[in-house]
Design a protein around this ligand. Structure first.
Ligand SMILES: Cc1ncc(C[n+]2csc(CCOP(=O)(O)OP(=O)(O)O)c2C)c(N)n1
Ligand SMILES: [Mg+2]
Length: 436
């Protein structure tokens, strides 16, 4: 008598081979070598290393200094043509990137005018990663930005004045003056989970969002970001592993920007590329040039599609450079100057502009000037709105601190959770035995 195979549900985690496991039809490899591949879409592979030097000053005090060695004069690579984006979409992403950049310039000025409460964070050099990734999401998908993804917020429908008012702690800001940076979300309209400062914690939270949607019958993509420093945390491992075994549609961007505060990536991890970690989780990993909006979009689009098909998470390593200090208080004097010079030539906006105007000729010089002017006008209007918003009244401080009736009603968004009807007979599980 043949063994009856249990039917597996299409969305369950148990019906997929482990990463590298061959299907029953595949012939075993003669040498039993495992082979995995990490597609790398970059058109250049920067080749340099940062080394730490300890130097003593005249008084014998030790100081840490970083030096960079390698090929810092390599030619700037072209933008890779997108497999999916058309002319109109490329121009739209370019506009979001400009808006992202100009909003941050305005923020820096507001800070210098003493109008900002606390610090300001920048995503300079990372605009392609923030904007082109968020652009790949469908309206129903979810996202959770980190501090450098202010561009993702714009793409997902927040106004530049929302971020500006937030930094100025204004009454009309998303947190109504209760937070000075980015700790706000929108679970009603824009499907945004608020950033969590503890690095990595957003990953299991977003896996949970995907699980919740699946229980309600939907395979959604849930996108979030983690830095090359933040990926070292234990919760990053736990979150990705959970998403992997549960086949949840996590789209994780690892923002490999070479620094975590003042720690160079050489002192952060030992493997060559962080995308390799995907092999250990048993999920696809890809590498893109994070300064090339087309590469970022294509990888995000494919990962989002996988998520919608219920095929589980993807790890996308976006290689780029944090072009400012950690925040406005950090002059980044520890970064060797030649590194900045190398990456300045790879500015994501300047290169995309060159691609659209001179290579593709999708924008004339005049259209480009008009587009830039329209972004500047928009930012100026947003800045005016933000500056003119009042500060919160002292009496309002006591409101919105604790849950008031109905203010945080959490209800299924996509339908009633699909749960099986229980059987009348009680089945004693192993856990139940242990807990006795
Ligand atoms: C668990 C945890 N440890 C430390 C910190 C403090 N901290 C905030 S940002 C940061 C550096 C992050 O670097 P990276 O992840 O590379 O992101 P980047 O700033 O380069 O975008 C650190 C150490 C934190 N917020 N959470
Ligand atoms: Mg970093």
């Amino acid at each position: 008598m043949g063994i009856r195979k249990a039917k597996s549900k299409p969305t369950s985690n148990g019906n997929r081979p482990r990463n590298g496991a061959s299907s029953s039809k595949a012939k075993p490899n003669a040498t039993n070598l495992r082979t995995y591949s990490i597609p790398d879409y970059r058109l250049e592979h920067p080749n340099f290393t940062v080394r730490q030097r300890i130097e003593k000053d005249r008084l014998g005090h030790e100081h840490v200094r970083y030096e960079v060695e390698g090929d810092l004069n390599a030619p700037v690579p072209p933008i890779r043509d997108s497999k999916y984006l058309d002319k109109k979409q490329c121009i739209e992403i370019y506009r979001w990137m400009l808006l992202n950049r100009k909003m941050e310039v305005a923020l820096e000025n507001l800070y210098k005018q003493g109008k900002v409460v606390g610090g300001v964070y920048f995503g300079l050099g990372q605009e392609a990663c923030s904007c082109a990734s968020a652009y790949a999401l469908d309206e129903d998908d979810w996202f959770a930005p980190m501090i450098r993804n202010q561009g993702s917020l714009l793409v997902r429908g927040f106004a530049a004045s929302d971020t500006m008012m937030q930094y100025m702690a204004k009454a009309d800001s998303p947190t109504k003056g209760r937070d000075g940076t980015s700790h706000f979300g929108d679970i009603e309209r824009r499907n945004m989970v608020s950033p969590i400062s503890m690095l990595g914690d957003l990953i299991p939270v977003m896996a949970g969002v995907a699980l919740g949607a699946r229980l309600q019958g939907r395979n959604l993509a849930v996108m979030t970001y983690i830095g090359d420093g933040g990926q070292s945390t234990g919760v990053t491992y736990e979150g990705i592993n959970f998403a992997a075994v549960q086949n949840l549609g996590l789209v994780l961007f690892v923002e490999s920007n070479l620094w975590a505060y003042s720690t160079p990536s050489e002192l952060q991890y030992r493997c060559k590329d962080l995308a390799e970690r995907a092999i250990g989780y048993g999920i696809p990993g890809v590498i893109v040039d994070g300064t090339d909006a087309c590469q970022v979009y294509d990888a995000a689009h494919e990962a989002v599609d996988r998520a919608h098909r219920g095929e589980g998470p993807t790890l996308i390593e976006a290689k780029m450079m944090r072009m400012k200090g950690h925040a406005i208080h950090d002059a980044a004097s520890y970064v060797p100057k030649p590194m900045f010079e190398f990456w300045k030539k790879r500015d994501p906006i300047a290169r995309f502009e060159n691609y659209l105007v001179r290579e593709k000729k999708w924008l004339t010089a005049k259209e480009n000037e008009e587009l830039i002017a329209s972004v500047e006008t928009e930012i100026e209007a947003e800045r005016e709105t933000a500056v003119n918003s009042p500060m919160p009244t002292p009496e309002s401080a006591e409101g919105g601190v604790y849950c008031e009736d109905g203010c945080h009603e959490i209800k299924p968004k996509y339908g009633a959770p699909k749960v099986k009807k229980g059987t009348s007979t009680f089945k004693q599980t192993e856990a139940a035995v242990h807990l006795r």
